[in-house]
Design a protein around this ligand. Sequence first.
Ligand SMILES: Cc1cc2nc3c(=O)[nH]c(=O)nc-3n(C[C@H](O)[C@H](O)[C@H](O)COP(=O)(O)OP(=O)(O)OC[C@H]3O[C@@H](n4cnc5c(N)ncnc54)[C@H](O)[C@@H]3O)c2cc1C
Length: 413
Amino acid sequence: MSEDIIRRDPRAEWIARNRLHPLHDSMQSAAAEVRGPSGLIRRNPHAVGFIGPNGIKRIDRMNGNGLASLGGRRSASGAKEVVLPLHKVDNPDYYIAVVPDMVGGRLSGHDRDVLGQAHKLIREIGGAGAVMAVVFGEYREEAFDKAGVDRLLHLDGDEYEGYSPERRVAALAQVEKEFAPRHWLLPDSVAAGFELGCRLGARIGERPATQAWQVDAQQSICRGAGGTLDITRETPRLVLLAEECAEPIDETRHEVLPVALEGAVEARVQIADCGQVAVDPNAIPLGEAEFILSAGNGVKDWDQFHQAAELLGATEGASRVAVDDGYMPRFRQVGATGTWVTARVYVAVGISGAIQHLQGIGQCDKVIAINTDVGCDMVKRAALSVIADSGDVLQELIRLAKAYRQGEIEHAA
Ligand SMILES: Cc1cc2nc3c(=O)[nH]c(=O)nc-3n(C[C@H](O)[C@H](O)[C@H](O)COP(=O)(O)OP(=O)(O)OC[C@H]3O[C@@H](n4cnc5c(N)ncnc54)[C@H](O)[C@@H]3O)c2cc1C
C-alpha cells in the first residue's frame, strides 16, 4: 500500500541536523528512530532527549509518562508543559543571602547565575539551607520561584529607589544582624553589585572575593590582574561573582516565602540622587550600551536608520559589511573583530547572523531580528523576529516612536 512506502524528507533531515533551526527540537523525537537502508528501525542515541535552557542535554527516561506525576499539563499550543517539582525548606538551618542587581526591575542573567551558585553552595554545605534574595524598591520580576528564591526579603519604599547605596548597605547590615547569613553573594557587576558588595564588606568587616568564577564551600578561584591570572583563596563569607559562575536553576520551583526585617534600618545619608541625566546614546561606548540598534547589509536607507536610532534612544551598532561598505564607522562594528556587546536589548536590522557577528552578541539578553529571510541564523538566535523589509519596519518604528513622544500612545508595561 502506498502509505507503507517510507519516504525520505530531506528538509526534515536538514532541520534535524541544524541545531540552530527553530524547528530543530520538534524534529528530535522524529529523528530518534529512523528506518535504516536495510529496513530495520535504528535508534539514534544522539537524537534522544532535549537541550535544557542551560545547554545541558536532558533525557526523559519516563518517555513523557512522568508528566502526570509532575503535574504536567498542556498549553494552548497543545505542547506539554512540565510543572517543575517544588523545592521546600520548612525551617532553614541557615541562609545564603543573594542581593541581585535587578536591572530594570527584573533578574538579569548574571543574577540567575548567582542564585544558581547559592544553591550549589547549599548542596555542598548540606543541611536545610535556604536562599534569601534581598530586593530593593519596586520590581517587575514574576519568576523568582523558577530562579531559585526560597525566601524573599523585599525592602520597599522610596528611600531605596534610585542610587541609594548608603541606605541599602544599612539595610543589609540589619539583615546581617537578624539573619546572620552563612554567605553573602552578589553579582560582580557595574550595575550595582560591585559597589554594594564592597561597601557591605567594609560595613560588616569581611574581605570579599571579587570576580569569583569557580566557587565551592572550601575555595574560590577569582580572576585577577584584568583577567590575566587566577587567584585561588579560601571561600570567604562575602563573594562577588563573575558572570557564568554557575548554572542557573532550571529543574525546580522555589517557595519565594516573604521574610521581613524586625528592627529599624538606620542610615547616615550623605549622597543625594539628583535623578538621571539624559545623554546622547551614541556617546555611550558600545560595550556598555543597554539598547543597541544594529545595521547590516539589509539596511538600504541609512538616514532612516539613524532617525530610528535617535527616536528610539538606541546606541548604533553595525555588522562588518556595513562598516566595510563605508556606511558606519569602524568603532561601531559588533562582533569577533569589533566590540563584544552586553546590551539588554539588541535589535539586528538586516544582519544575517554570521558566526563572527553572533560571537559579539553572545552576552546580550534579548535579541530581536528584523530580516526578510526567515531561515537566517540571526532569526534562529533571536527571541523575537520580524520577517519583513527593514525599511518598512523602521518606518513603522519611527511612526510609533513619534506618536509615543507626542503622548498619542500609552507606554506599554
Ligand atoms: C576573520 C573574519 C572576522 C569577521 N568579523 C566580523 C565581525 O566582527 N562582525 C561582523 O559583523 N562580521 C564579521 N565578519 C564578517 C561576517 O562573516 C559576515 O560577512 C558579516 O557579518 C555579514 O554582514 P551582514 O549580515 O550585514 O551582511 P549579509 O551577510 O549580506 O546579510 C544581510 C542580511 O540582510 C537581510 N536583508 C537583505 N535585504 C533586506 C531587507 N530589505 N530587509 C531586511 N533584511 C534584509 C538578508 O536576508 C541577510 O540576512 C568577519 C569575517 C571574517 C572572515
